[in-house]
Design a protein around this ligand. Structure first.
Ligand code: AMP
Length: 113
């Protein structure tokens, strides 16, 4: 089932887009948890890490490479940043279209809550 992120991909609702290519889209989180908080999503409707299939390997690899490039573009590489992929209920996933949170711009605590 499609989510609000598919509507963002299709430009049916607005988003502050920071990067796009044929495989993925990155946009600012509407409720930022850090000075920099970007969501990186595949254009393919993958529900979560729990539904990933072997055929998704190229897309997921692409996301990791682009996460590194986008973090660098946003000035996060030197200070550091965190990539988060919340998966299903215990992790608090609220949008069921796989997304990588790119968080940075402040000291991030560990362990997460
Ligand atoms: P998660 O809880 O890991 O599923 O993350 C979903 C994220 O999507 C949350 O951080 C929300 O703030 C964010 N979000 C929901 N709707 C939008 C939207 N329309 N534009 C940008 N970010 C959104």
């Amino acid at each position: 089932m499609s989510t609000i992120f598919t509507q963002i991909i299709n430009r049916e609702i607005p988003a502050d887009i920071v990067y796009e290519d044929e495989v993925c889209l990155a946009f600012k989180d509407i409720n930022p948890q850090a000075p920099v908080h970007v969501l990186l999503i595949p254009k393919k409707e993958i529900v979560s890490m729990a539904t990933v299939e072997a055929e998704d390997q190229t897309v997921l690899g692409h996301l990791m490479v682009k996460a590194s490039e986008i973090a660098s573009m946003l000035g996060l590489s030197e200070g550091g940043y965190r990539l988060v992929v919340n998966t299903n209920e215990d992790a608090g996933q609220s949008v069921f279209h796989l997304h990588v949170h790119i968080l940075g711009g402040r000291k991030l605590t560990w362990p997460p809550g």
